[in-house]
Write a protein of this length. Structure first.
Length: 114
């Protein structure tokens, strides 16, 4: 009886291919992946990535600051799948980076209106 129980456990582990029940159950979300995206064009080849555990789609919008540092102009975006992503703004002397995370639908990291 014990051997039958162990055989069932081994069978379940082998058929899951190392994925947890939650990972197998949830449908996969696809995101865009591009190192330099500007005005609807990916300059380094548009690819896609599938979200893994704890990942979300991410878009990093890069803005250049004016000399006085008051205004910023959109420069380009980076599209990716990112682990433990959080919406945040980074500010340095020459540029501002806006990080936006999403996972509500496929390809949600495509910038709109920039």
């Amino acid at each position: 009886m014990f051997v039958l129980f162990l055989l069932c456990i081994v069978f379940l582990v082998c058929t899951s291919k190392g994925k947890s029940w939650r990972q197998r159950k949830e449908p996969s979300t696809m995101c865009y992946k591009c190192k330099k995206y500007h005005l609807g064009i990916c300059y380094e080849g548009m690819r896609s990535c599938t979200l893994k555990y704890h990942q979300t789609c991410a878009v990093e919008n890069i803005y250049l600051l004016t000399r006085k540092g008051r205004l910023s102009m959109y420069f380009y975006s980076k599209l990716s799948c990112m682990t433990n992503c959080e919406d945040i703004n980074f500010l340095s002397f020459e540029k501002r980076t806006e990080l936006i995370c999403c996972k509500h639908k496929n390809d949600c990291n495509l910038p709109e209106g920039v």
